[in-house]
Design a protein around this ligand. Structure first.
Ligand code: HEM
Length: 501
């Protein structure tokens, strides 16, 4: 027994030494970017990064310039902050940068999903087939039905019934978009009341998981929170179980296609449930928060709200709700809304903050737009954070923190796609969906469903903030780098459905 103390002590020293030594020994080699290991062995800058990634990267860029390597929890990340130099990384013609390896480890930790050969390409082909083109047209119909069901209830609005209601805007948008997205993709049955109840229950759990998510990814949860995450994961696996859902209802073609692939690869039903959980997260974690920011910007900018409403009237005509009927909306109109498109693009520019990561699996030389060459070391991770380096660049987007609803419109009203940095035309002038091999395969569906929701809200409802002077809440700093950001607190608003005829 007495021997345990020294043994454990030695073991600890060996482990700590093993973890910290490579960091202590690492030196910047010629041609490598500036190296900043931070003061803490192994941890490096992890704490400052996790606390507020945006502010941390701003400081690092001011200190080191457009390319630098930082140590974060034993791993070295090289951030490239010059968007004119993104091209070679995103195209990766040398085939030395790997998205899949990093993603595999992350999804195993977060969703318990063990990736199989070819699944990444399969997700993208399923999405090209079913979340774009004709597949998307079919889904838009289903989405409109789901939105009607959630907003109006199974019976629709009764004649003349209409009164002001008060709610919290973030919760309101997130809950509606989540439930509509879930029902449309995962479970579309004839038992409407039951569907609504299940979607509501799932949303409550989803939000609990969502709130823990950033600290879970960074391994910062307390013991009780770890237990809670495990419990929630099991619950999602159960609620999204392939066995149950095949019996109860119809899944979207998108999901059926992907599950079919997994079955053919011999993936067990339990692992398919975990895949479903991952897809629920990918498909429902961003649309609600983005719609919240879009509606809030419209409520805070009456000139933008007027322009969106005018455009809606032009493309949809005067819309009236029929008693006990669903919403009716010409879905082809979604293709003819440049003003709303610009509002969405501006909202995503201001509030979507993905991190793009690629593992360097062979030493890699990046030639920057300036002509300077940098060597990236095998085993490190290349990272892009376009929110700071693109979305907030005043050269590309003057007054970058201001919401300008027509920023993405030409004077003739068409979509603006010409943006410049240092006088050069820039290809990636916003990157809310990521880019290259990991670009969001659901982006067309995401835009359609958010636009549908906003069109319904602005055409069928009166909307106002409870306190019109309430400022736009700041972004919760823990959520930088995780897709669409969320506010530090909610905003109260009221809404009134126009009376049915
Ligand atoms: C506003 C809404 C959305 C935003 C801002 C968004 C953003 C993103 C981003 C930035 C990525 C890439 C992450 C990376 O590089 O690691 C991504 C991946 C993904 N998104 Fe979206 N997304 C949205 C909605 C959706 C929807 C509605 C779906 C499906 C119906 C979807 C499905 C996926 C999937 C499956 C992936 C993983 C792709 C892969 O493994 O390569 N997303 N999304």
């Amino acid at each position: 027994m007495v021997l345990w103390g020294p043994v454990l002590g030695t073991l600890l020293v060996v482990i700590v030494g093993y973890l910290c030594l490579p960091g202590l020994l690492r030196r910047r080699k010629p041609q490598e970017p500036p190296l900043d290991k931070g003061t803490m062995p192994w941890l490096g800058h992890a704490m400052a990064f996790r606390k507020n990634m945006f502010e941390f990267l701003k400081c690092m860029r001011d200190k080191h310039g457009d390319v630098f390597t930082v140590q974060l929890g034993g791993q070295y990340f090289t951030f490239v902050m010059d968007p004119l130099s993104f091209g070679p990384i995103l195209k990766d013609a040398q085939r030395k940068l790997d998205f899949v390896q990093y993603a595999k480890e992350l999804v195993l930790k977060v969703f318990g999903y063990q990736s199989v050969q070819g699944d990444h390409q399969m997700i993208h082909s399923a999405s090209t087939k079913h979340l774009m083109g004709h597949g998307l047209e079919d889904l838009n119909e289903v989405m409109l039905d789901s939105l009607s069901l959630i907003i109006l209830g199974p019976q629709g609005q009764s004649l003349g019934a209409s009164c002001w209601r008060e709610d919290c805007l973030f919760h309101f948008c997130y809950s509606i978009l989540f439930k509509a997205g879930y029902l449309s993709l995962f479970r579309y049955t004839k038992g409407k009341e039951q569907d609504l109840l299940q979607a509501e229950e799932l949303f409550t759990k989803f939000r609990k998981f969502d709130l823990l998510f950033p600290r879970f990814v960074y391994s910062l949860l307390g013991p009780l929170e770890w237990l809670e995450v495990g419990r929630l994961q099991r619950l999602f696996h159960k609620m999204l179980s392939v066995n149950d859902n095949e019996e109860k209802g119809n899944m979207s073609n998108w999901l059926c296609y992907m599950l079919q692939f997994l079955r053919e690869q011999g993936v067990s039903p339990a692992m398919q449930d975990k895949f479903n959980f991952m897809m629920l997260w990918a498909s429902q974690g961003n649309t609600g928060p983005t719609s919240f920011w879009a509606l809030l910007f419209l409520l805070k900018h009456p000139e933008a709200m007027r322009a969106v409403r005018e455009e809606a009237t032009q493309v949809l005509g005067e819309v009236r709700l029929q008693a006990n009927k669903s919403f009716v909306l010409k879905l082809s109109a979604l293709q003819r809304t440049p003003v709303l498109d610009s509002v969405m693009e501006e909202t995503l520019r201001l509030r979507a903050s993905p991190t793009l990561l690629r593992v360097v699996h062979e030493d890699y030389t990046l030639k920057m737009a300036s002509g300077q060459e940098y060597l990236f070391r095998h085993g490190d991770v290349v990272a892009l954070f376009p929110y700071l380096s693109v979305h907030m660049d005043p050269d590309i987007h003057p007054e970058p923190t201001t919401f300008k609803y027509n920023r993405f419109l030409n004077p003739n009203g068409s979509r603006k796609v010409d943006f410049y940095k240092a006088g050069k035309k820039i290809h990636h002038y916003t990157m809310p969906w990521g880019a290259g091999v990991s670009i969001c395969p659901g982006r067309f569906l995401a835009l359609s469903e958010m636009k549908l929701f906003i069109l319904l809200m602005v055409t069928h409802f009166d909307l106002e903030l409870v306190d019109p002077d309430t400022p736009i809440p700041p972004v919760d700093p823990q959520r930088w780098g995780f897709g669409t950001t969320q506010p530090t607190h909610d905003v109260r608003f009221r809404y009134r459905l126009h009376p049915a005829e």
